[in-house]
Design a protein around this ligand. Structure first.
Ligand SMILES: NC(=O)N[C@@H](CC(=O)O)C(=O)O
Ligand SMILES: [Zn+2]
Length: 428
């Protein structure tokens, strides 16, 4: 089954130019067959009207909640939400119930994702059994089952000696370790950054809980030669440490979320758990340092840390509500509108950081549109402004502080392996 996309403009990732062209994809092979005009006939033609054709976005940090928390999200609802957001590949975190700490559990998620079929789903497996921080999991077996990285996301590994051993074993099998950096002896049960904590009368989560653990793990990664990926960087010293480590040749990549780039604790308008996320929204100086680090490449990729929770859970008091913000359906329009249109970054660079660099960081295919490459494509409308309305999300989670924001750049079409997953605001 061959499909032709006409009327779109292809972004050239080498020079950032936009060129009108047609793309022929094959659903059977899942690959791009041809790009240009006068293409061979197709079984189906999809007509666009000037939308920009981009390689499907790749999110290295998504919480799909299945198994165990299906009321928050399922693999299917999360993968469909991803397609609506222009994503074709997502890496899912193992803080499910039970956590993904065995080959069988990783295999099970892959099979469920295959059945859902809406996006490529790549499980990240636990660093330690049950994410309990005591005993390492079997990295070789997890890799063979299809895990693409290791993480105890949601929790930092408190024991530095155990973490050193984790890096050694991960390096042996060639898996990156993605860290949720949080020293619990510093973080305690902190909810907000100091400014917002004082304002709303909740406990403080100090930024050093993050930067101190990042420092530890950069040093351990350097000594062991392991590949380290740092999740959701949010504070200035963390950016400085990663910049320093990269200069020393440490094998490190780092991600920043849309909420840490666009919001500081000053954006918290009321005592509402919709602003409660881990790591917390930080100071304006931290936000600017993250933006600077993102622009200069210290922070390599955008990851959403899409963390869906139910309305009931998020309606609890600030101190009791769970941490998390959803992001997969709004990240591109938000960053296009508030970083590209405002002149901070080019469209090309944003796409590199949402597709190409994530693919490179975790060794995935994709990240570009080329003949012979995967037919993972999204077409975005850069002209029409819309209001973000969580009620329209495909995700079960509506917990976003960006509700009511105006943005351009919503996806109009998403193809995964040549199949139409999202079109005319409908997921197939
Ligand atoms: N980021 C969050 O605030 N929450 C995440 C866990 C995590 O990524 O730390 C979740 O699983 O809900
Ligand atoms: Zn985390």
């Amino acid at each position: 089954m061959k499909r032709k996309i006409t009327g779109g403009r292809l972004l050239d990732l080498t020079d950032g130019s936009l060129t009108e062209t047609e793309i022929l994809v094959d659903e059977d092979s899942g690959l791009v067959v041809a790009i240009g005009f006068d293409l061979p006939a197709a079984d189906e033609t999809i007509e666009l009207h000037g939308e920009v054709l981009l390689p499907g976005f790749i999110d290295l940090h998504v919480h799909l909640r299945e198994p165990g928390f299906e009321h928050k999200e399922t693999i299917q609802s999360g993968a469909r939400a991803a397609a609506a957001g222009g994503f074709t590949k997502i890496a899912c975190m193992p803080n499910t119930n039970p956590p993904l700490d065995s080959a069988a559990k990783v295999q099970d998620v892959r099979e469920r994702a295959q059945a859902a079929g809406a996006a490529g789903v790549f499980p990240i497996a636990c660093i330690t059994e049950g994410q309990a921080g005591k005993t390492l999991t079997d990295y070789q077996a997890l890799k063979e089952a299809g895990a693409i990285a290791l993480s105890d996301d949601g929790k930092g590994v408190q024991d530095g000696g155990l973490m050193r051993e984790a890096f050694i074993r991960a390096a042996e099998v060639g898996l990156p370790i993605a860290i949720h950096a949080e020293d619990e002896s510093i973080a305690r049960d902190g909810v907000f950054n100091p400014g917002a904590a004082a304002k709303y009368g909740v406990s403080v989560q100090h930024g050093e809980s993050e930067s101190a653990m990042i420092a530890r793990d950069l040093l351990l990664a350097e000594q062991t030669g392991a590949k380290l990926h740092i999740c959701h960087v949010s504070v200035e010293p963390a950016v400085a440490l990663i910049r320093w480590a990269k200069q020393r040749g440490v094998r490190v990549t780092a991600e920043v979320t849309p909420h840490h780039l666009l919001l500081s604790e000053d954006a918290i308008e009321r005592a509402d758990p919709v602003y409660k996320v881990n790591p917390p929204l930080r100071s304006e100086a931290d936000r600017l340092a993250c933006l600077e680090g993102f622009l200069d490449g210290t922070l390599d990729v955008i990851a959403t840390d899409h963390a869906p929770h139910s309305a009931e859970e998020k309606a609890k008091p600030l101190s009791a509500a769970p941490f998390g913000i959803v992001g997969i359906e709004t990240v591109f329009p938000l960053l296009y509108t508030y970083l590209v249109e405002t002149g901070h970054i080019s469209l090309r660079d944003l796409v590199l950081r949402m597709s190409t660099r994530p693919a490179e960081a975790f060794g995935l295919t994709g990240g570009s549109i080329r003949v012979g490459g995967p037919a993972d494509i999204t077409a975005v409308d850069l002209d029409t402004e819309r209001t973000i309305d969580p009620e329209k999300f495909y995700s079960k989670g509506r917990n976003t502080p960006f509700a009511g924001w105006q943005a351009k750049g919503f996806s109009q079409l998403t193809l995964f392996e040549g199949k139409v997953i999202y079109k005319n605001e409908e997921v197939r």
